[in-house]
Design a binder for this molecule. Structure first.
Ligand code: ADE
Length: 359
């Protein structure tokens, strides 16, 4: 049944593919970096990050050798930092085991850290022309609609079955274009939020959801588990032009990044002052700051904050916490965007906003 989508899809792609920086050249390193960035981030947001990353680390050898703090700094604002840590591990394997050349082999790509079936399929097909599927959320949406399938697309079994179906129809000469065309239809025609643009779609002639009038009902996704909510109190401990930061543990959420000191729960002014004094610091003034929220995939932080100015005393640095020039953090210390609302108060901006404000 799906065979009939191949020709119209490729003709449409020839006339409508967006011009995107990673499409200028299908080198596997570029395809890989773009696909990892695009996994959790919108195309428009990825563009400047992609250019910056490629200029700083133009090849797999540069990525393999990059100091961790510099790497995290390059990723700052994209979030989901394990993506880039895994990329570095994979780069080290490519350099160590394959002499710096990506293997043109789906199974070998799949075996690299951080590369799942979708990414192996995207690199395999786009960079090497292999006839392997690259089924992401866009493709699942498009095909569930074409087939009028009510199956739960979050189920691995449903995804695997679709991959098998797609594999059978991938054209030998244009595997990468075919996969990208399906992704592209999902991104700009058969869109995830808002009304699908069926009149513009080259697949509407055979789309069962379109002919049955059920496009808006598909795809089906089982309700996700609710996120755990954590309440935190974020502190800007300031002495003159210096502020306190600390390094997060090397495992878990935002591992290895720097953060503003923060405490579990919502604390009142007195509790914060007591806590600061218990650290051997001498608070002069305390100012409550506005609340903020940051959503991760499994956790949501609801934050309140205080700016506390401190008297200069000896030995202010503590186990794991130290004072730096507020300006230094921009260059040296990767602080995740989760703290952006509070970082504002230390005269720096972080993450995505940095780009939006500076472009
Ligand atoms: N989303 C995921 N992969 C993509 C690609 N190669 N081009 C555009 N959007 C994408």
């Amino acid at each position: 049944m799906l065979e009939q989508i191949v020709k119209p899809l490729l003709s449409w792609y020839d006339g409508h593919a967006r011009i995107l920086p990673w499409r200028e050249d299908n080198h596997p390193y570029r395809v890989w970096v773009s696909e990892i960035m695009l996994q959790q981030t919108r195309v428009e947001a990825v563009k400047p990050f992609f250019e910056r990353f490629l200029s700083a680390l133009p090849d797999v050898d540069a990525l393999a050798a990059c100091p961790e703090d510099d790497l995290l700094k390059l990723w700052e604002g994209l979030g989901y930092y394990n993506r880039v840590r895994n990329m570095q591990k994979a780069a080290q394997v490519v350099v160590g085991e394959y002499g710096g050349v990506f293997p043109a082999d789906y199974e070998k790509l799949l075996a690299l850290p951080g590369i799942g079936r979708y990414t192996a399929g995207a690199i395999g097909s786009i960079a090497f022309g292999l006839q392997v599927p690259a089924v992401d959320g866009n493709v699942l949406r498009v095909l569930s609609r074409v087939k009028a399938s009510y199956e739960d697309i979050l189920k691995q079994s449903v995804k695997s079955a679709l991959e098998q179906e797609v594999k059978k129809i991938i054209p030998a000469k244009r595997a990468g274009d075919f996969n990208q065309a399906l992704i592209e239809i999902g991104a700009i025609v058969c869109v995830p939020n808002g009304k699908a643009r069926c009149p513009e779609c080259p697949l509407s002639f055979c789309c069962r959801a379109f002919s049955e009038g059920i496009v808006d009902e598909l795809p089906k996704k089982k309700e996700k588990k609710e996120r755990r909510v954590e309440e935190r109190t974020v502190l800007i401990l300031r002495e003159g032009d210096r502020v306190a930061i600390r390094k997060r543990p090397s495992k878990g959420l935002l591992a290895g990044l720097y953060e503003l000191p923060n405490l579990n729960g919502y604390l009142g002014e007195e509790e914060v002052l007591d806590h600061v004094k218990s650290m051997g610091l001498s608070p002069l003034r305390i100012l409550p700051l506005a609340g903020a929220k940051h959503i991760f995939s499994h956790v949501e932080w609801r934050m309140t904050g205080y700016a506390v100015s401190l008297e200069e005393t000896e030995d202010m640095d503590q186990e794991g916490m130290f004072f730096i020039d507020a300006k230094e953090t921009e260059k040296k210390y990767p602080i995740p965007a989760a703290f952006a609302a509070y970082a504002r108060y230390m005269d720096i901006v972080l993450g995505q906003e940095k780009y939006e404000e500076r472009q």
